[in-house]
Design a protein around this ligand. Structure first.
Ligand code: CA
Length: 675
């Protein structure tokens, strides 16, 4: 009898008959993923408090968890009645101008739960279930002109403990090392917050389509139960989180779910929860490889300004020549403008004013002549107000110089004026830059900006961003441990591309041993290094996806180096990607197809290992020349990081390669079809 009522309830809701729908604890509203493996239940408690729960493959995954928001002007937490449930099915194949995969399937089931508060405000909770996870968001239509959001009540009460990987819930920086610990030991975490249950189920909590709202982090409320916490409006603000119009919707709260670790990497859920492109003509948006004056500044052998200035006209022309000769599409010169000297003070930036020894017009003209894209760099030191004041003028100026790339930086703690970097004001600013850049056909690479939530689908000129500990930390700190690179693909990169700036060949800084340190901050002396083998740096060009992919080392370390042929051949504009095998924090292998060629990368943590890799991803019936860049048999990130081998082999999709990875090592392979 109970089953009959359930089925009838679903049918009534579906057909929208004029009767009062129910969603009670005993008789919840139910939504299943297309493959029926993920089942969500929604109900209102007797007090009218909304709850949801999720089962995966018949067992509890998220226990009943609260939904709701609080505002100063209105209460969206309890006293709700259900005014309707709307269900729909969706299946669509869509395309993007660039991405891990240019063709994406979006297949989901939707359930829009329409709630009415005691005060008469409407709150719709829209749930979408995919085979690879779920998303839900709040759509509020209140009677207020403005709402002052003070708290989000969303909970993720996870059914059982699991091993997790996360960054701390810091509203000003993502540049921390990942923590591997049980869910129950995590006090707070930023997202993507990834975990693996004892039964092998992998999941990651994050958000999608974050606009004009603060970021969400998670706070442990007890055991394995987590609650959303929004970044405050101002740094020391205790109450206000966001100021929004009376009608608005939040970002999607998302949970990616997969049977194995690489399933998370292969998921397109975050992109599927973003809107189609708002840029009609995307022909000017092109992935690229790039080099530039940057690493020398972090190594401390040159500076952003002053007498050891790195970005001089002469050096810039040299980089442009090298790019043109090596199939590299872009160049970047940090410290090109006056005022920025690498300190975190708030200097008098002008984003059109070059340093005295940098002839920007000549450099830009030379880049145009050589067919190389010049990426301009605007370091703001966190002074986003000064940047906004100059934004339109400086972007107009860049466009006139034929510049189609902009890297931004917000070094330091929070944003000028006492705003947290990941708060609503920051989110709004970063988006404003992207939209103004789009108007002028400029692509953006954001450093120290808000985390990636899939906005690249809607604004495909927002190519890449940093938002994690990148290469720079190896220049002036104890650096990133080897396993950092096997955590990033399963955490940070689930949100979107990362400008990690891989590719240091001189991992022990041998070639600069006799150069004096000119920097006044960071760790003095030559005690730092890159904690990988040379080949792992190459594999990271494939593994750590970025449509603007940098070879970050000094030119001198690439000139004449046989292994640099891989980057020369590599194509940052891939069509299709597959994460093949891996475990979070341990290893990963990825293949990307670009036209008829394939590029493969595999990396491992401190532990060496051998992967058996079937080449079934290759086109059937085609013979390929595989150029294999491998760690030498005696290579080791700690003791022998430079040792590598290059081998050539003819292969087909029927072959299986044995991929030997040294401790802290990797392997990179180019596959070229044979005629
Ligand atoms: Ca940074």
């Amino acid at each position: 009898m109970k089953k009959l009522i359930l089925a009838l309830g679903g049918w009534l809701a579906l057909t929208g008959l004029a009767c009062t729908p129910h969603a009670t604890e005993k008789n919840p509203a139910i939504l299943s993923s297309p493959d029926k493996q993920i089942v969500l239940q929604f109900y209102l408690s007797e007090e009218g408090v909304p709850y949801y729960s999720v089962d995966v493959a018949g067992s509890p995954f998220i226990l009943p968890s609260r939904l709701g928001l609080l505002a100063q002007e209105a209460d969206f937490s309890a006293g709700f009645t259900l005014s309707g449930i709307q269900r729909s099915k969706h299946k669509e194949i869509w395309h993007q101008p660039w991405g891990e995969n240019k063709t994406v399937l979006d297949e989901h089931r939707e359930m829009k739960v329409k709630l009415r508060s005691g005060a008469g405000d409407a709150v719709n909770v829209c749930f979408r279930l995919f085979d690879d996870g779920l998303g839900f968001r709040y759509d509020i239509q209140s009677q207020q002109d403005t709402l002052t959001i003070t708290e989000e009540l969303t909970e993720f009460c996870l059914a059982e403990d699991a091993l997790s990987w996360s960054l701390p819930g810091d509203f000003n920086s993502y540049e921390h090392l990942y923590r591997e610990m049980p869910l129950s030991a995590v006090r707070n975490a930023n997202t993507p917050f990834t975990f693996r249950r004892p039964d092998g189920l992998h999941a990651s909590i994050h958000e999608a389509a974050l606009y004009d709202f603060p970021e969400m982090v998670l706070e442990n409320t007890s055991g394995t139960a987590f609650k959303a916490v929004l970044a405050p409006y101002k740094q020391r603000e205790r109450t206000v989180r966001a100021i929004v119009p009376g009608s608005f919707h939040t970002a999607w709260r998302t949970v990616q779910i997969a049977r194995d670790a690489v399933g998370l990497v292969n998921s397109s859920l975050i992109l599927n929860l973003n809107e189609p492109s708002r840029i009609d003509d995307t022909s000017w948006i092109k992935p690229m490889k790039y080099i530039g004056v940057w690493w020398s500044l972090h190594l401390g052998i040159e500076n952003w300004g002053g007498k050891e200035h790195g970005a001089t006209t002469e050096r810039a022309l040299q980089y442009i020549d090298f790019a043109a000769a090596n199939n590299i599409q872009g160049v970047l010169f940090e410290g090109w403008n006056s005022a920025w000297d690498g300190s975190n003070a708030v200097p008098d930036f002008d984003f059109t004013q070059a340093a005295p020894d940098f002839d920007v017009e000549r450099v830009a003209a030379y880049a145009r002549e050589k067919g190389v894209e010049y990426i301009t760099h605007n370091e703001t030191g966190g002074n986003f107000v000064r940047f906004e004041d100059q934004l339109e003028r400086s972007l107009d100026w860049a466009r006139e110089l034929g510049i189609h790339g902009l890297k931004t930086g917000y070094a330091g703690g929070g944003l000028y004026g006492g705003y947290p970097r990941h708060g609503q004001v920051g989110v709004r600013h970063f988006q404003h830059v992207v939209e103004e850049a789009a108007k002028r056909h400029i692509m953006v690479d954001g450093h120290e900006v808000i985390k990636a939530t899939g906005i690249r689908r809607t604004w495909p000129n927002f190519m890449t961003r940093e938002c994690a500990r990148g290469m720079e930390y190896n220049g002036w700190s104890n650096g990133n441990p080897p396993s950092h690179h096997e955590v990033l693909p399963y955490t940070r990169l689930l949100g979107g591309p990362m400008d990690y700036t891989p590719g240091v060949f001189d991992v022990l800084y041998r070639n600069i041993a006799d150069k004096p340190q000119v920097r006044t901050w960071g760790r003095p002396g030559n005690t730092c290094r890159v904690n990988t083998t040379l080949v792992k740096q190459m594999a990271n060009w494939v593994v750590l996806y970025s449509p603007m992919q940098m070879a970050c080392d000094l030119l001198e370390n690439y000139e004449g180096h046989p292994a640099f042929q891989f980057f020369r051949d590599f194509d940052a504009d891939c069509d299709e990607s597959h994460a093949l095998q891996g475990e979070v924090g341990a290893y990963i292998s990825v293949v990307r197809r670009a036209g008829e060629r394939f590029f493969y990368g595999a990396t491992t943590s401190e532990e060496g290992r051998v992967l058996s890799e079937p080449l079934s991803f290759l086109e059937k019936g085609v013979r390929y020349k595989a150029v294999i860049y491998a760690d030498a048999p005696d290579a080791d990130w700690k003791t022998n990081p430079y040792a590598y081998e290059i081998r050539e082999q003819e292969v087909s999709s029927k072959d299986t390669l044995s991929v030997v990875l040294a401790p802290g090592g990797g392997q990179a392979i180019s596959f070229f079809p044979l005629p």
